[in-house]
Design a protein around this ligand. Structure first.
Ligand code: LFR
Length: 510
């Protein structure tokens, strides 16, 4: 890579990366500098993120990036030898939503950071609606009801008389926490703030009604910062560790889903009547449309869709679907049993397995954080009167078919909500590489699927930094660049009729 380089730290629920990105002949080029695991840690009854371990990996990855750039400056050569030498011009972090850290009056982090699958959140939605009704919460926030949302995590903390909560003076979402570690500047980026269920989708500001109802101090929540803002430069202590001297910290759309949707290679930005939808496919599948404004109405509440804040004032009307989590956790359960199939082996076993031997709803609450996914699926099969799977291939296939069936229902509901007809489904993220799942999606939904780019979250992070430094000027321009830079693969519906009966059974079991 030559010329201006942007460093994207992209943290997902199972791994993190430091990626260097730049333009080469008018195309984005990405170089993965460092990849590390991210695993929630169980301690006593709680589930946490190892935020210091993550920070350690981030610093290491940034140092490696600087080393590589410096070595390229010393030894110009390679594909960009005629262009200017490489130089790092910005850095930004995107992460999953809803989780947060708290700082005390001295700006010290208070305790470990909780993971959204922490069991203490269970029951907190019911608890919240004793204070203010479900309808009112929805009218204020436009967000789908999930007990993982920051609001319910805060209510859980209050109920447990949590010491960090009692001493808190600042609230930062996970990406903000890392931006603060990088720059020393506290800010809350808008797209991630919108996942808290404490923000108004209409104004983009914190909801006074929600904060007051739950006695959450307004001072914790500064005005949300728009994506693309330069909040400062890498602070000297971090520059000493990484070599990133005076490099601006440009916050991207810090919610990974917002970044992923930004890099969907579709034509147009936030159409009022969308004819395409997206699935950001990873640990979760986030399926929805991009709209010019939020849709906070009774149908949306009934179908439990969410209005999350996107870039440049757009709204992501979407549904959280259990995603590849079930598939990943089946593998983790097998690993504990001493068996470790590769992803490719799991997918080919699924392909060869008999179809629809088990109908599995990936959003069954029992699958959110079970101690052992295989035991839980077997128990769920029993509870729904289905044969308990006796071989692994049936489990693998059920995890993928269940997703495709859920996509089918979500698509119908999206069309009802937006009163438009969706012609194309864009699948971005890691799941876009799963050919079996892409074809199942095309068949179950009877729509054309366009798969790719796989690196959607990192690409969205990078293009927003490019907008932030003035290299790109609009979302349309960013998407054109994504289209020019990354190939996609198209899947046409083939075998659609066989999905009719399973779709009916799926609704019975859900
Ligand atoms: C995807 C994601 C979803 C959010 C979930 C929990 O990685 O960010 O958008 O609902 O993780 O944070």
């Amino acid at each position: 890579l030559g010329g201006a380089i942007h460093l994207a730290v992209d943290l997902g629920a199972s791994s993190g990366r430091v990626i260097a990105a730049g333009l080469d002949n008018g195309k984005i080029r990405l170089a993965e500098i460092w990849r590390f695991e991210n695993t929630p840690v169980r301690m006593n009854d709680g589930l946490y993120w190892n935020h210091l371990g993550l920070w350690h990996e981030i610093v290491h990855g940034l140092r490696l990036a600087v080393d590589q750039v410096e070595s390229a400056q010393r030894n110009p050569g390679g594909s960009n030898q005629n262009g200017p030498g490489p130089r790092i011009v910005s850095v930004g972090v995107d992460t999953w939503g809803v989780d947060f850290g708290l700082l005390d009056e001295n700006d010290e982090i208070l305790g470990p950071v909780r993971c959204y699958r922490d069991p203490r959140n269970v029951g907190m939605l019911a608890e919240a609606t004793q204070t203010i009704s479900r309808d009112e919460i929805f009218a204020e926030t436009g967000l789908q009801f999930m007990e993982i949302n920051s609001l319910y995590q805060l209510i859980a903390a209050r109920k447990h008389n949590d010491v960090p909560l009692r001493h808190a003076k600042s609230f930062l979402m996970i990406a903000d926490l890392f931006h603060w570690m990088l720059s020393g500047v506290k800010s809350i980026e808008a797209s991630n703030a919108s996942t808290t269920q404490m923000l108004s989708p209409q104004t983009g500001q914190w909801s006074t009604k929600i904060l007051d109802a739950f006695e959450l101090p307004h001072e914790w929540f500064p005005e949300p910062t728009p994506a693309g803002t330069s909040i400062g430069v890498v602070q000297p202590s971090v520059a000493a560790l990484t070599g990133l001297h005076d490099v601006p910290v440009v916050v991207p759309a810090t919610h990974d889903t917002a970044s992923a949707v930004l890099s969907v290679p579709a034509e147009g930005f936030a159409p009022a009547a969308p004819d395409w939808c997206y699935i950001s496919s990873g640990t979760w599948s986030l399926m929805g449309v991009e709209l010019p404004k939020p849709k906070v109405n009774s149908l949306c509440a009934e179908l439990n869709f969410t209005n999350e804040g996107g870039v440049h004032g757009s709204t992501r009307l979407l549904k959280n679907i259990g995603g590849l989590w079930v598939f990943q956790q089946i593998r983790a359960a097998l690993q504990r049993r001493g068996d470790a199939p590769s992803w490719a082996e799991m997918v080919s076993a699924a392909e060869a397995a008999p179809p629809f031997a088990l109908i599995l709803n990936p959003d069954d609450p029992s699958l959110l954080a079970p101690p052992d996914m295989i035991d839980e699926i077997c128990a769920l099969a029993g509870r729904t009167g289905q044969d308990v799977p006796t071989n692994n291939a049936v489990l693998f296939r059920a995890a993928l078919e269940g997703l495709a069936l859920r996509y089918r229902i979500t698509l119908e509901n999206l069309e009802r909500l937006t009163e438009s007809s969706i012609k194309t489904i864009h699948i971005v993220g890691g799941g876009s590489l799963n050919e079996l799942l892409c074809q199942m999606t095309a068949d179950a939904c009877n729509r054309t699927v366009v798969a790719g780019p796989v690196e959607a979250t990192a690409i969205g992070n990078v293009v927003m930094q490019m907008i932030g430094v003035g290299k790109l000027h609009s979302i349309d321009e960013a998407r054109q660049l994504v289209r020019d830079s990354f190939p996609t693969r198209t899947y046409r519906p083939q075998n659609t009729a066989v999905w009719e009966a399973p779709a009916k059974r799926f609704i019975e079991f859900s």
